[in-house]
Design a protein around this ligand. Sequence first.
Ligand code: NAD
Ligand code: TYD
Length: 376
Amino acid sequence: MIIVGYLLHIDVYLLAIKDMMNKMEKNILITGGAGFIGSHVVRRMVKSYPTYGIYNLDKLTYAGNLENLKDIEHLSNYHFIKGDICDGELLQQIFERHQIDGVIHLAAESHVDRSILNPMEFVRTNVIGTVSLLNVAKNYWKERQDVLFYHVSTDEVYGSLAEGAYFYETTPYDPQSPYSASKASSDHFVRAYGNTYGLPYLISNCSNNYGPYQFPEKLIPLFIANILHEKPLPVYGKGENIRDWLWVEDHAEAIDLIFHKGKAGETYNIGGRNEWRNIDLIHVLCEKMDHKLGRKPGSSAALITYVKDRAGHDMRYAIDPSKLQRELGWKPSLTFEEGLDLTIDWYLANQDWVKRVQTGAYRDYYQLQYGERFNS
Ligand code: NAD
Ligand code: TYD
């Protein structure tokens, strides 16, 4: 009944929404919230902070999938806006209309192989998009100090490591791929806005994430999907490159902690001290998949196919997360063994999600669920 009454008096309904918004303790703009890490961050913030208005701005590129947020989209403090971070006018409207107090910026082109094929798209979103956002935030917030612009970045900005070395917050930037060069550039712009205009900012640089909802073009979800369908597993070069893997929800927890307790103007490295040579990780994955699928031991490993190496392939990444642990008390919640089991189990239980991504059917979800209502 109440709902019918509200529907008949749309002005009252709008006023009620406005009242509700005004009562929010904080209004946070999260960009890229329909992507892999963004969806975990949005879910965590919406559920943990019911007094915050959470605005998820996402362009819904191939990597954006609103089905990742199906379970929380009905919550009243969650709002989705379809749009591009390069669109300054839209950004200004969002800041003004929703009185934004904080930004957690994740929207980006994120896949190294795509950056090799099409670097301009990475410059557009990662560099120009970030500067558009910085500009609008700076102009809207003016001299306010009780606000925050948090840029979620990557350890790849530091370049490729020799054995025994680690990335610290003080490690000089040395990006090697078009992706990491674009992220390094956006980090520099964030610091420049802090230094030049006094914009309160935070940056975190995280290692490789894995977990549910990762687009099946990245190593772990791609290989799970290929094993399932008995397709070749393309290992770049000799498979000797090393990555430092972190459970995505541990990253989301670190982002929450840094956003609330981090010191403005600081950088925090996030990583789980969990280095793996690609080929060793792939063998563990193959063994687990054989076991879970009830296949003969060795059947998944037989799919391993060595292919031409990625151009400019960084040899090793490894984060030293001591600062985050010491200053903010963060630590990873899972071992890699546990995280990998959870990840494989999730992909096996959600084959429909993978299929909808692979066929492109996930792209209809926005239209079905939201129509053009939020496309302002
Ligand atoms: P993703 O590719 O899964 O998601 C990116 C999201 O940004 C998508 O929802 C996409 O639709 C959106 N987007 C892209 N261009 C946009 C634009 N112009 N305007 C608005 N939205 C746009 O990426 P991810 O793996 O979740 O990474 C999120 C962030 O974390 C990125 O900034 C990435 O650099 C950083 N990061 C990722 C990792 C990792 O292992 N995946 C590690 C460290 C840091
Ligand atoms: P990826 O998941 O693309 O993350 P990033 O390049 O950002 O580290 O790749 C992880 C590692 O796995 C990297 O060394 C490249 C390698 N790789 C393959 O060997 N084969 C593949 O098909 C993919 C996607 C990655």
